[in-house]
Ligand binder design. Sequence first.
Ligand code: NAD
Length: 549
Amino acid sequence: MTGAIHPIAGNFNVPLPANEPVHDYAPGSPEADALLAEIKRLSSMTQDIPLQIGGEVIHTERTQPVVCPHDHRLVLGNLSLAEESHVHRAIEAALEARHSWARMPWWERITIFLRAAELITGKYRDEVNAATMLNQSKTFHQAEIDGVCELADLIRFNAHYAAEIYNRQPQAVQGGENNYLDQRGLEGFVLAVSPFNFTNIAGQLPMTAAMMGNTVVWKPSEKSALSTDVIRRIYEEAGLPPGVINTVHGDGAMVSDICLAHPEFAGMAFVGSTQVFRELWRKTADHIDSYRSYPRLVGETGGKNAVLAHPSADPQAVKTGLTRGAFEFQGQKCSAASRAYVARSVWKQIRDEYAAQVDGLVVGDVTDHRTFLGAVIDETAYDRLTDAIERAQQLDSHTLIAGGTSDKGVGYFVRPTVFESTDPTAFTFETEFFGPLLVVHVFEDDQWEETLRLADRTSPYGLTCSVYATDRSAIGQALDILRDTSGYLAINDKPAGMSIGKQQFAGSRASGTNDKIGSPLALQRWVSGRFIKENLAPDTDYRYPYMGD
Ligand code: NAD
């Protein structure tokens, strides 16, 4: 008999939690002052950010700087980079930890993560926020709703959904039988690959799989390594046993190539670009004959999210939706609005005011309370965006109505930019640029249906979408024609921004496998059921009654 002893008898309930309250960080408030002090502390040092394999913290010789996007001379960390041997060790550590982790009662696994949620919202709230502000260039509000509130909500709601999954049992004792469902973690290890843009996604990917009894090799984004390292330490402090989540920084292709080639690769939790997910899917297919099981591939990827405003829409609501939806966090949310279709009568009322509003948005250092947009994540993103803006400017169909400038002297700053376009088939309506760039097509008021069809077929993605209208038949028509256009549709609200427990999030088409985060489905993917039937009164005669004597 190995493993811990669990002398507890009982059925465990996890009630529906409440959302973590969002702090305001108003200028001069004690909470803002405390956060600014933490930012100062983190800015004054260069942290060594290690790998962690089988519980062992490893600093490698090869490192890479982690910089602050709005002040790129500020080096926040030296990131240890894994060699191939580290990846092999991480897989071994995950497989070694799997036996006892998978057999630990689910409520104990959950308790570890619930404790992590308390650390995130309590002792480490300022550090999570400060790291997210410095490393991803998020404002006070954007950092708070991401790394603290959404990650804590995801843990707490996941705990509730996990309990639901484990408690959903067949009729236990019926007609001399005992039936039950053993919700096993996957046989093997899970690879989690996370993007730079949300601290909560980085924390969520390995956590969700681990909660359901899996052990994980986690490859976080090198661009947001400072914030993910805070989460790694929190999980450890909360009591996560060694080997359950193994953090391996480095070249994504190298790490995933080794993981995907392993016969015990059991699943992948990926969030990032469509192109990388497709590459990983292809590589998985190449190894299909060598796997012990069919790997579960879960991926949430890119978007090209549309806002559609009907003539009956409230113009002020459209204006606000377009500003917040397109430009919060510099448009670097997968769900950000990046193309809009606005009825001429509505556009006439808001065009100039909207352009002035966008030109008035403060872009700069996120520790300044007036800032609405920080910098884009790095020079590659900066170049991609400035190139797209330049190309759009060369099109006769495109008129620049706001922004259009950029400056990378101190930080990677790109002004929020809006083009009005007479050509809704231009590249600007199709391609994801992942930055503060919005293109608007103005349609005639009687062209609602045609415009809905146009929006549906223009881009390969299917993530989010917004419809602004007060006319119920126009809303109905949109819900019908846009049925396959997105996995998340907002009516009279921006396409980005969700609250765990209230909304569920994920997309279809080229945007992902649509395994709704904030729902039991996101957890269900990480278990593989074993159905158990016990016969309480076994038959002792092979003959059936129809056979007579
Ligand atoms: P990315 O695809 O560049 O990187 C994501 C992760 O993959 C990182 O950890 C990276 O190091 C790794 N990676 C990069 N190239 C790789 C390769 N060849 N092989 C294996 N791994 C590799 O994405 P990003 O820039 O970090 O994030 C932005 C993208 O993520 C956007 O496309 C955005 O729409 C998408 N995103 C989607 C959602 C969603 O829920 N649908 C949420 C957040 C971000």
